[in-house]
Design a protein. Structure first.
Length: 158
C-alpha cells in the first residue's frame, strides 16, 4: 500500500527521486522510458486543466472563420452524398430512405466545442477559488500539488 502511494506521488518529487523510482520500475515491470520534466509538467497541467489549455490553444491557433468553412464543407459533402443516394439504381427505396435518414441525423463535430471560446464557461468547469500561494524556500512542488488536489477534491464534492 505504501509503495503505491510513493509511486503515485513520485512525479511530484525531485529529479533524483523520480530517477530512483524509474530505475525500480524498470527492474520490476520493464518500464523503459521516463518522461522529461517538461513533458511531465505538460502532462500534469493537461490532466488538471485540460479544458483551459484547450481554450488557450484554440484561441491562438484557430479562427471562427476556419471552423465555419469546415462546417460548410461538411454540409456540402452531406448534400452531395444525399443526391448520390437518391440516384443509386442498385439500392432499393427502403434502404435508400434509411441511408438518407441516417445521413440527416449524422452528428458532425468539427474543430472544437463552442464553449471553449467562452471564458465564463471554462471558469465553471473548475469552480474553485485559488488559494493564496505558499511558494517560498520551504515550499515544494509536492506541497503545492497536494494543495491543488485538495482544492479540486473540495470543489467536486460540492
Amino acid at each position: 500500500m505504501l509503495w503505491r502511494i510513493v509511486a503515485a506521488l513520485s512525479e511530484h518529487l525531485s529529479t533524483a527521486f523520480r530517477s530512483t523510482i524509474h530505475e525500480f520500475s524498470r527492474e520490476i515491470d520493464g518500464t523503459e522510458r521516463q518522461l522529461e520534466l517538461g513533458r511531465l509538467c505538460l502532462t500534469q497541467a493537461n490532466k488538471h486543466f485540460g479544458m483551459a489549455l484547450g481554450a488557450l490553444f484554440v484561441q491562438q491557433h484557430f479562427s471562427s472563420q476556419s471552423k465555419a468553412k469546415v462546417q460548410e464543407l461538411v454540409e456540402d459533402i452531406k448534400h452531395s452524398l444525399d443526391l448520390r443516394l437518391q440516384e443509386l439504381d442498385w439500392m432499393d427505396e427502403t434502404t435508400k430512405e434509411a441511408a438518407r435518414a441516417k445521413l440527416q441525423h449524422m452528428m458532425v463535430m468539427t474543430g472544437y466545442p463552442d464553449f471553449l471560446l467562452k471564458p465564463e464557461l471554462i471558469d465553471l468547469e473548475y469552480g474553485f477559488e485559488m488559494a493564496p500561494p505558499t511558494a517560498g524556500p520551504k515550499c515544494s512542488f509536492l506541497q503545492e500539488s497536494s494543495s491543488l488536489l485538495s482544492m479540486t477534491r473540495n470543489s467536486h464534492s460540492k
